[in-house]
Design a protein around this ligand. Structure first.
Ligand SMILES: *[C@@H]1O[C@H](CO)[C@@H](O)[C@H](O)[C@H]1NC(C)=O
Ligand SMILES: *[C@@H]1O[C@H](CO)[C@@H](O)[C@H](O)[C@H]1NC(C)=O
Ligand SMILES: *[C@@H]1O[C@H](CO)[C@@H](O)[C@H](O)[C@H]1NC(C)=O
Ligand SMILES: *[C@@H]1O[C@H](CO)[C@@H](O)[C@H](O)[C@H]1NC(C)=O
Ligand SMILES: *[C@@H]1O[C@H](CO)[C@@H](O)[C@H](O)[C@H]1NC(C)=O
Ligand SMILES: *[C@@H]1O[C@H](CO)[C@@H](O)[C@H](O)[C@H]1NC(C)=O
Ligand SMILES: *[C@@H]1O[C@H](CO)[C@@H](O)[C@H](O)[C@H]1NC(C)=O
Length: 578
């Protein structure tokens, strides 16, 4: 008796300590011809294939991805969305921030530990490139998942908006003085699992864990599983107390994990509906002409000999309010805060009357030296926000509790993403509730932790995180088109711990081959860090996206230098894109 008990305990312990493995992938980034909706176009794929592969690992594993750029005419780089990169801030991926972009024929190796189980995705974080296709699911499993006994099978569903023109064309078209209404590119359709459809084989009596990922560049999606309730267990790879939901709204970059149970006596095929919402704020029907133009009906297929013809009708979309989810660990909000970062977002015009997006009337302008490389090479001066240039820098000290308040002065809802942390969502007010009152009251008692939160139109959200992960982390709108308009802030976290941090040689070489400086202040000045000569202070009037111009070395950066002038943000506009 004793010995057999002992043995089974031993087995459990062994499973718990399952040895952390190294999981390696080779990613050659290549152009691929694809027609996911019947319309053929070039897309950015991996190893001559598209859709891009799913990365799978167990929690605690070291993931090694060797990336070689074989695009010929574009630079690239990958962000591992939702992985907080504890102690590996140089692996986060955004070009011009945590690394230099990777030129054609260059190779870099990303290496980091996947320390928290959940549903993630990876995508290009290089100048508007991911809507052209470079994105894929990334699943980190926990062999001891407390919910493991609750499901029999796993299903990944990705949803995304889709475009027929390449991003470069779309963004060039958007960034014109004639675009006085700040219109983003409008998608031509909805892809589910990159167009391959998503009928789910369903067996009576079994439970399914659905991992829902939104790859969108713009649009939100709503999902409804007919008469089947969704039992939500995770948002953005962070566990929540199980919450049942009839409808879920998923914004760009968000993820939900939920369980669907097939009844023991079920024997028919059940339709489910995914609707793409390209309305600016679903709570405001007056903004309606573009509401629900694209629907996808999939089926939970119990019996493939029976017809797939029923449809799932939703009279009115009324998704569960995810800001009321509760953190699984029951933790309350961090008490008080040491640093307040208040960000008023609205569309704005630059001095050349180009449409931009601003936090506190300042638009993000990419500098010459990646911001992390400035932080690690400028010694004690790295606490001075001035040396980073116009990247909307906010310096927070190691150990600070930071409160971010986003006041969304635009009429549309926008999803905001923080790198390096899962923040607590203390409050996410209703559509048109106005800006934050300045009073810290009425907050959630067990706030959900997420990496992406939707802030409703004309409203606000209050977020907190603890600065326990030194690095340079972006906070930005995850509507890719708005990133290209400059809707980004940069958190310089724990600069005292970043001094002298070493950057791997292959990452430095990625800069060298393009003549991009990798030390000193924003302009690469290594003698006098407060000397702002060479800072880029006016957004360029030409847009080259990820385009690589071999003859001029660093391509668009060279051109941008020629356009430096003094900035003056005066006229502010009000966004509109119906
Ligand atoms: C997942 O596991 C947690 C912890 O055991 C439990 O509270 C929760 O109810 C489980 N969720 C489901 C869907 O079984
Ligand atoms: C692509 O862009 C061109 C030029 O702006 C435009 O005429 C065309 O309608 C666009 N095509 C699609 C499919 O969006
Ligand atoms: C994905 O996110 C975008 C951007 O917020 C949103 O417009 C779209 O509806 C989302 N898709 C789904 C299926 O929720
Ligand atoms: C998509 O589905 C929604 C909800 O059922 C409906 O209101 C809308 O009209 C549908 N759109 C189209 C284009 O059929
Ligand atoms: C932004 O500019 C507007 C108009 O000039 C001004 O009213 C507002 O106070 C400014 N906001 C911030 C945060 O500076
Ligand atoms: C560094 O540059 C700043 C700005 O141009 C200037 O004010 C300062 O005197 C310079 N410091 C040194 C030591 O040259
Ligand atoms: C690069 O090559 C691809 C594939 O041939 C092409 O579709 C694209 O337009 C080219 N140019 C740029 C700037 O990306």
């Amino acid at each position: 008796m004793l010995s057999s008990n002992f043995q089974s305990l031993g087995l459990v312990a062994l499973a718990g300590l399952a040895r952390a493995a190294t999981v390696s992938y080779n990613f050659d980034i290549t152009w691929v011809w694809a027609a996911p909706d019947g319309y053929g176009r070039p897309v950015v794929g991996v190893n001559n294939q598209w859709p891009c592969p799913t990365i799978e690992a167990n929690v605690g594993d070291t993931l090694v991805v060797t990336l070689t750029n074989k695009l010929g005419n574009q630079t690239t780089g990958i962000h591992w969305h939702g992985i907080n990169q504890v102690s590996t801030e140089e692996m986060d991926g955004p070009s011009g921030v945590n690394q230099c972009s990777v030129a054609p024929d260059s190779t870099i190796t990303y290496q980091f530990v996947v320390d928290v189980a959940g549903t993630y995705w990876y995508h290009s974080h290089n100048m508007g490139q991911y809507p052209d296709g470079l994105r894929g699911p990334m699943i980190v499993r926990d062999p001891n998942d407390p919910n493991k006994s609750k499901y029999d099978e796993e299903v990944i569903i990705s949803v995304t908006d889709w475009y027929h023109n390449e991003s470069l064309v779309l963004v060039r078209n958007m960034l014109q003085p004639s675009n006085t209404e700040f219109k983003p590119p409008i998608p031509v359709g909805l892809l589910v699992n990159e167009g391959q459809g998503s009928h789910i084989n369903f067996e009576a009596g079994k439970n399914y864990r659905i991992r829902l990922i939104n790859f969108s560049a713009l649009a939100n999606a709503l999902i409804h599983f007919g008469s089947h309730t969704m039992h939500v267990i995770m948002n953005d790879a962070s566990m929540i107390k199980e919450q049942s939901a009839d409808m879920i709204r998923i914004a760009a970059a968000q993820r939900y994990d939920f369980i669907i149970q097939a009844g023991k006596n079920e024997n028919s095929n059940f339709p489910f509906l995914i609707s793409l919402d390209i309305n600016r704020d679903m709570h405001n029907p007056n903004l309606g002409p573009l509401q629900w133009p694209f629907n996808y009906t999939g089926y939970l297929v119990m019996d493939s000999s029976k017809a797939l013809d029923a449809i799932d009708i939703v009279q009115k979309w009324n998704p569960v309010d995810d800001s009321h989810f509760k953190a699984y660990d029951g933790a309350g909000p961090y008490e008080n805060y040491d640093k307040l970062i208040k960000l008023d977002f609205q569309f704005c015009l630059d001095e050349n009357n180009y449409p931009r997006a601003c936090f506190n009337n300042v638009t993000y302008i990419s500098q010459k030296v990646p911001t992390l490389y400035t932080a690690v090479t400028t010694g004690d001066d790295n606490t001075n926000p001035e040396i980073y240039g116009e990247v909307n820098p906010f310096v927070v000290d190691d150990g600070d509790v930071v409160q971010i308040v986003v006041n969304n002065l635009d009429a549309a809802a926008h999803p905001f993403h923080l790198h390096g942390h899962h923040f607590q969502v203390l409050a996410r007010a209703d559509s048109q509730a106005g800006s934050w009152s300045g009073k810290d009251t009425g907050y959630a008692s067990t706030p959900p932790k997420r990496d992406t939160v939707t802030v409703n139109g004309g409203s606000h959200a209050v977020l907190r995180f603890k600065a326990d992960n030194p690095g340079v982390w972006l906070f930005h709108c995850h509507i890719e088109w708005h990133v290209e308009m400059g809707l980004t802030a940069t958190i310089i976290e724990g600069p005292s711990k970043l001094k002298g941090f070493s950057i791997p040689d292959d990452f430095i070489n990625a800069c060298k081959v393009q003549n991009i400086p990798y030390q000193g202040n924003a302009a690469g000045n290594t003698q006098n860090y407060t000397d702002t000569t060479g800072f880029i202070t006016v957004p360029p009037t030409t847009y080259d996206g990820s385009m690589y111009i071999a003859s001029s070395g660093s391509g668009s950066k060279v051109k941008r230098e020629a356009e430096e002038k003094k900035v003056k943000f005066g006229m502010l506009g009000v966004g509109k894109f119906e």
